[in-house]
Design a protein around this ligand. Sequence first.
Ligand SMILES: Cc1cc2nc3c(=O)[nH]c(=O)nc-3n(C[C@H](O)[C@H](O)[C@H](O)COP(=O)(O)OP(=O)(O)OC[C@H]3O[C@@H](n4cnc5c(N)ncnc54)[C@H](O)[C@@H]3O)c2cc1C
Length: 418
Amino acid sequence: MNTENVDVLVIGAGPSGCVSASYLINNNINVKIVEKSKFPRYVIGESLLPRCMDHFEEVGLLDALKKQNYQVKKGARFLKGDNVCNFDFSKKFTEGWDWTWQVPRAHFDNILAEETQRKGVPIDFENEVIDVTFEGSNSKTSVKDKAGNIKFINAKYIIDASGYGRALPRLLNLIKPSTLPKHSSIFTITKDINRPKGDEGTLITFDIVDTQVWLWVIPFSDGTTSIGFVGPTDFINSYKGSPTERLKEMLKLSTYFYDRFKDAPYTFEPKIIQNFSTAVKQVYGQGYILTGNSGEFLDPVFSSGVTFATETGLLAAKMAAKIINNQTVDLEKEYVEPVQFGVDVFKSYVNEWYSENLQKVFFHRPENAEIKEKICAVLAGYVWDETNPFVKKHDRVIKSMAHLIDMEVEQRKKVANK
Ligand SMILES: Cc1cc2nc3c(=O)[nH]c(=O)nc-3n(C[C@H](O)[C@H](O)[C@H](O)COP(=O)(O)OP(=O)(O)OC[C@H]3O[C@@H](n4cnc5c(N)ncnc54)[C@H](O)[C@@H]3O)c2cc1C
C-alpha cells in the first residue's frame, strides 16, 4: 500500500495553497501539496489587490513574480454611462502597497507553484483528493492520480486550499448556500487587437451597464485582455446561443467598449460560472482548516478573491505551524474572527454595490477626497484597518452616505424648481 506521512497536507496549488505551503516550509515544517490539475491551468481571477503583495512578500514569493513583467495595476476605473470614478491606490487612507498586477492566472499560478517547489515543497500534480478520514486531528487522505492509482497521505493537519473544488467542504458536508443574491458570469480572454495606446489601453475598468450588471476589462502585458460580464443569473441566462454568441451580444450593452472588443478574437470559447457565491458552515474542525475559495466566495466586483485567498492561506499556515509545534491556538479568536471580519466588510460593500448605494457614492460629484481615500483603502484590500471608519462602520457608512446624497439631490431639485 502506497502511504506517505507529512505534518501538513495542503490541498490545491493555487495562490492560497502556495502561500500556505511556502510559509510552512520557511518555518521548517514538513509540508506537501496535492494538486488535481496539471499546471499551467486556467482559472478566473486576474485582477489583484495591493494587499496580497504583503502576503507574497512575507513568504518570499514576491521576487519571482516581480521578474514576470505583469501589467502593473495602480488603481481601478469605474464607468456608468458618462460618469467616471477613478481610484488611485497611492491616494488611500491606510499605509501599504499602492500597486499590484493584472495577471493571466495560468502563468501567474504556475510561477507561484514553481517557486514554492523551489523552496522545497513537493507538489504532486494531477493528484486529486477523493476521500479523507479523521482520527482525532490525524487524517488519512485518499488521493487518486491520473492513471487511477490510489495512494494515502497521513497528515497531522490539513489546509484545504482547493478553491472551487471545495474538497473538504464536499467530503465533510460543510457547504451551505450563500446569503448573497444568485449572480453568474460569462468571460473569456481576447486578443486585444484594437487596444488604444497608453494608459487607456491598459487600465482595468468596470463598466456598469445596469445597476446589477457590469463588464470587467482587465488588460495583460502580453496584448491580451480578459473581459467578462457579471449579473443576476436570470439575466445571464436570458441570452441564448453559444457562449461566444451570448458574450458578443452582451458586449453591445457597453457603449464604451463595444468598438474595441466587437472584432477581437477570443482565445477560448467563453466560460460561464453560474451562481458563484458560496459559503460554508464552519471554516475549521479538528485536524483541518479551510482557506480561500474553499471557504467563502462573495462576488468578483472588488477583485478580492485572490487577496482573500492569500490572506487566509497565510493566517491558516500560521495556525498550522503553532499546532504542529504544540503551541496553544485559539482558532476562534485567531482565525475565525479576523477572517469573518474581512468577509463582513467586503460583504457590506458587495451588498451596497448591488443596492446602488455604493454606486451613488462613487459617482456623486463633487468628489470628497477624504471619503475617497477611505474607500480606496478598502478597494486596495486593507479591510482590517479599523482606524478607517469605512472599515469599522462598514455596515452603515455607505447607507448613510447614500442617504445624504439623496437628500442633497432632493434639495438641488427643490432649488431648481423655485
Ligand atoms: C467570475 C469571477 C471573477 C473573478 N475575478 C477575480 C478577480 O478579478 N480578482 C480576484 O482576486 N479574484 C477573482 N475571482 C475569485 C478568484 O477566482 C478566486 O478567489 C481565487 O482563484 C481563489 O484562489 P484559491 O487559491 O483559493 O483557489 P484556486 O485558485 O481555485 O486554486 C485551487 C486549486 O485546488 C485544486 N483542487 C481543487 N480540488 C482539488 C482536489 N480535490 N484535490 C486536489 N486539488 C484540488 C484546483 O485544481 C486548483 O488548482 C473571481 C471569481 C469569479 C467567479
